[in-house]
Ligand binder design. Sequence first.
Ligand code: BMA
Length: 339
Amino acid sequence: MDVATPTATTFVNTTIVGDALPNLPWEDRPAGSGDVVWRYSGNPIIKRDAIPTSNSIFNSAVVPFKDGFAGVFRCDNKKREMNIYRGFSRDAIHWDLDHDPIDLTNDDPEVTGFVHRYDPRVCWIEDRYYVTWCNGYHGPTIGVAYTFDFETFYQLENAFLPYNRNGVLFPHKINDKYAMLSRPSDTGHTPFGDIFYSESPDMIHWGRHRFVMGTKPWTWQSTKIGAGPTPIETSEGWLLFYHGVLTSCNGFVYSFGAALLDLEQPWKVRYRTAPYLLSPQMLYECVGDVPNVVFPCAALVDAPSGRIAIYYGAADTVTGLAFGYIDEIIAFMKANSEV
Ligand code: BMA
């Protein structure tokens, strides 16, 4: 598969820029369901104890790799250290995870020093896979590394000063600059957070920060929001899945929805789902180390069919999979949009 030269596939209204991925995991919408995004019946696909040392395996990222798939997984171990682990799969459902965390390479120990690493995203850009994650450096910030082969991971400078989370790269340069979404925050389990856009000439220096979107009072996204999987390029704009948090009388509730961002100026929001697309409702989403969380970090797309498989952490404990059609999601967003 030539991932460097994506093709475009046109639906009635939407052209998806991307490759064919015929081995995308897939299950049809259940009979009688009207959901625009529906869960895999075999969820959770990764259980909390999939490796001997793990307490939980959740907010994780997968990509097509060779004739199968590779991924970077958030595993919290039984010391409750948060770290990122490598995995491979033939079918993107059954995963073989390393039993030890990813070893990050950089000559400067100030860069590679471990405090915590969590919520990874993986994005193919030009000739390599970039990994971003929430990296502890005197508070959470955005760690960045790249790999060509999922064997050696070269760590770059943190993208931002602390405090920041949910760093999500765009899959190609925009206006000749690398582009990233992130969510400035504070050091704790922050009760606020909006999504911002930043650009970089070299993946090291990030600037020209632009506000993208904020919370919406009295909705599923009223407390904070954060970008999820790598944005998907379509003729309608960048399709962004993002999580939103509501503060209930019993704590935070994490759901996810979607937005369409302008192709050339992605800080301009064209549409945004007023209702959520998925909220914690299954037992494995409602019960776990942190109840009531669905937290998407990756999506696989088959451009010719418009099928999408979304990977999400459930209750900060296990990993789930959900499906949809991009043209249906965009049509739903347009019919139910509040920007
Ligand atoms: C966020 C992050 C996520 C986590 C979520 C719910 O702030 O820590 O990793 O899934 O809270 O606990």
